[in-house]
Design a protein around this ligand. Sequence first.
Ligand code: GLN
Length: 280
Amino acid sequence: MDYENILNQASLHLKNFNIKNPRLDSELLLSKALNISREDLLLNLKKKISFNKHKKFNILLKKRERRMPVAYILGYKDFWKSKFVINNSVLIPRPDTELIVEESLKCLPKKKSKIILDIGTGSGCIIISILKERPKLTAVGLDISKNAIKIAKINAKLQHLDNRIEFINSDVDKHRGRKYDLIISNPPYIKKIKISRLEEDVRNFEPKLALDGGFSGYLSVEKVIKKSVDLLKKNGKLVLEIGHGQTYYISHLLTKYGFYINKISKDLSKKERCIISTKY
Ligand code: GLN
């Protein structure tokens, strides 16, 4: 069988399992099995597949059939300008989260050396993307998941930033010492009861620890805001990712804890997704 036949068969198969982008997923999985880029695959559709590679591809296809997200099967995801290694101990980096990077960069002049903190760093994709754009910055990334910290450290090393970022396996409540110029966080903010209504790919594979915001959805957000009061320098900034419909309550929390709201920024689907505030 040639690559084209395999792709046609696999797309039809995934379509029958109600997978949203069956052709794209099949192409990505076949490139992985063949260990070539998707571009090379598409340029060689008439090539015949070997028995072993076909077997390998079928194993990957079975995983997707069971709704494992493609990014976990591939073991990486593109975010901002880099590729990040991931596994199921970290959230798959989302395009919407690039908003935190964009907004943080606006608060960080190119030539200034500043220190920033990322609370709940996960794969490290946000903090690493920011540091790559600003050579004078240094950073600390915290996560309560030991396995997430392992992944974040791998990513920092792959991006040659391990000398500028320190990753610590700790709860933010236990973190003390220095003060930061800027704090960023994409905390878990989904209401507990809504977790079971998320898409199967997310619900069954992504870490609950990174999604579950407790009964109200605001449990971790409030903790991050409260802790940022101690951890930020005067006039330091807090850049937070928030969920749909959470602007009003989170703005209230920020004001209550002594922050001035600079801006509320919308994501690609025009939903309010990021709040930028200043401690005064
Ligand atoms: N945006 C993610 C989702 O909807 C949630 C991320 C989070 O809770 N921080 O799946």
